[in-house]
Design a protein around this ligand. Structure first.
Ligand SMILES: [Zn+2]
Length: 285
């Protein structure tokens, strides 16, 4: 991981340049990857964390060209906080996902949200933005967060997948904003598309997208099956499920695994398959 090219502009497609932010972590892998789209006039996707070092790297990569738009896939703090300072530096409007108003029922999991995000224009599903030689179309993909968008670049056959599909790990779905039913529907939505390649915010490009997404859907169904088998044996609380399901997991990721297990349980409860019993969950009678 140490030789990962943080801050270096890497051309990965005739229309796409990638700049890695200096924010590696167990959750963000080597860090957030900001994408520059275009050649003469640019869009910037997921400007990343508000770190001077990263903003300097972006300004160097932009190299004096006009920035038409700053787009954000969603408003987790490793994705959108640099939007405002980059807007101040380039004059470009912030366009893309909606700001997020969190529901306040249930436990709050908003520590990682960027509440200062303030877009000039929100793109709804299917809306496009164009520059010289490129078009970016919003593909609404709620699940990881309720406001998550992917952006399609048809000139390259590419889809910028944000955190909906990542190149290094499965995506965390954390209730109440994260929603497993929405997430699965958003994976199905990608299966209906014909993208050539995915550029995720974390991890390497995904070169066989449909096969990859089919694998993710299978993985979630496998986790659901595991939960049901464990609950059929006896009622269990989330930490007990996580311990049995994620043997050998990095302890720093246990909390995140618990959020995804909870997201499965909430989805199963909505279908009448499981019920909550105090701290524990059981199969519905
Ligand atoms: Zn995220």
């Amino acid at each position: 991981m140490n030789d990962f090219p943080t801050g270096v502009a890497m051309a990965i497609d005739p229309l796409v340049t990638r700049v890695l932010a200096p924010n590696p972590s167990p959750f963000s892998y080597t860090g957030t990857q900001t994408y520059l789209v275009g050649t003469t006039e640019l869009a910037v996707i997921d400007p990343g964390p508000d770190e001077p070092e990263h903003l300097d790297a972006l300004i160097a990569a932009i190299a004096g060209r006009k920035v038409i738009a700053i787009l954000c896939t969603h408003t987790h703090r490793d994705h959108s906080p640099a939007a405002a300072p980059l807007k101040a530096l380039t004059g470009a409007p912030i366009i893309g996902c909606a700001p997020l108003t969190l529901r306040d029922d249930g436990p709050r999991a908003d520590a990682a949200f960027d509440t200062s995000y303030s877009p000039d224009r929100v793109l709804t599903d299917g809306e496009s933005l164009a520059g010289p030689g490129w078009t970016l179309t919003a593909v609404a993909t709620p699940g990881h967060t309720s406001n998550h968008l992917c952006f399609a670049l048809p000139e390259s056959g590419a889809l910028f997948t944000g955190d909906h599909v990542m190149g290094w790990s499965t995506t965390v779905v954390s209730p109440p904003d994260g929603d497993m039913a929405d997430f699965m529907a958003s994976l199905d939505k990608l299966m209906q598309r014909d993208d050539r390649i995915y550029f995720p915010a974390h991890g390497e490009p995904v070169e066989k997208p449909r096969r990859f997404v089919r694998g993710l859907i299978g993985h979630r169904k496998q986790r659901e099956g595991q939960i049901l088998r464990l609950l059929k044996a006896e009622p269990r609380a989330v930490p007990d499920l996580v311990e049995r399901m994620y043997v050998g997991l990095d302890p720093r990721l246990m909390g995140a695994a618990g959020r995804s297990v909870l997201a499965h349980l909430i989805e199963l409860r909505a279908r009448g398959v499981v019920a909550e019993d105090g701290d524990a969950w059981r199969v519905a009678a």
